[in-house]
Design a protein around this ligand. Structure first.
Ligand code: NI
Length: 160
C-alpha cells in the first residue's frame, strides 16, 4: 500500500465526471487500499478516487475510524430530511463551510468483489456519502456553501 498525493481544489481532475468501474482488477484493488491508507493518514472521513487523480467511480468513507466503507459505482436511491452543518474536504485543506445535506440517505454500490450492497446513513455518514458522490460528478462542496468559506480552527471537524 502507498500514500497517494491528494489533488487540491483548482486541479482540473476534480472537475471531471468519473467513469464506471466495469471489473475488479489487481490495479483497482491496489487503488482502493491506497485510498483507505491515504484517507486515514490525512485524518479524513472520506476520499473519492478523483482526489488521488483517478477518474473512477470509487469512494471510501469511514466516519468513526473503525468502520471503512468501500463504494464502487455508488448511487443514492433514497434521501430524506435535512441537516445544515460544517463540511470540509481533503482537497481544500484549512477551510470549511456550511452546507445543507439530507439527514438520511440510502446508497447502493458494489463492494470490492463487485457484489451489490446497500449503505444507509444519517448525520455525518449521510453527509459524507453525499459529499463523496459529488466528487464523482466533478463537484465540490464549495459550490454549495452557504455564506463564506471559513478558516479551520483546531476544534473543527473532519474533512472529506
Ligand atoms: Ni471532498
Amino acid at each position: 500500500m502507498a500514500i497517494r498525493n491528494i489533488r487540491e481544489y483548482g486541479d482540473e481532475v476534480l472537475t471531471k465526471r468519473c467513469k464506471e468501474v466495469t471489473e475488479m482488477t489487481p490495479r483497482t484493488r491496489e487503488l482502493i487500499e491506497d485510498m483507505l491508507e491515504t484517507m486515514y493518514e490525512a485524518n479524513g472521513v472520506g476520499l473519492a478516487a478523483p482526489q488521488v487523480g483517478i477518474l473512477k467511480r470509487i469512494v471510501v468513507i469511514d466516519t468513526t475510524g473503525e468502520d471503512p466503507h468501500i463504494l464502487i459505482n455508488p448511487r443514492i436511491v433514497e434521501s430524506s430530511g435535512e441537516q445544515t452543518g460544517s463540511e470540509g474536504c481533503l482537497s481544500l485543506p484549512g477551510k470549511h463551510g456550511i452546507v445543507t445535506r439530507p439527514e438520511y440517505v440510502k446508497a447502493v454500490a458494489l463492494d470490492v468483489n463487485m457484489k451489490p450492497f446497500e449503505l444507509e446513513g444519517t448525520e455525518l455518514l449521510a453527509r459524507a456519502i453525499c459529499h463523496e458522490l459529488d466528487h464523482l460528478e466533478g463537484h465540490m462542496y464549495v459550490e454549495k456553501v452557504e455564506g463564506e468559506l471559513q478558516d479551520v480552527t483546531p476544534e473543527d471537524e473532519d474533512e472529506e
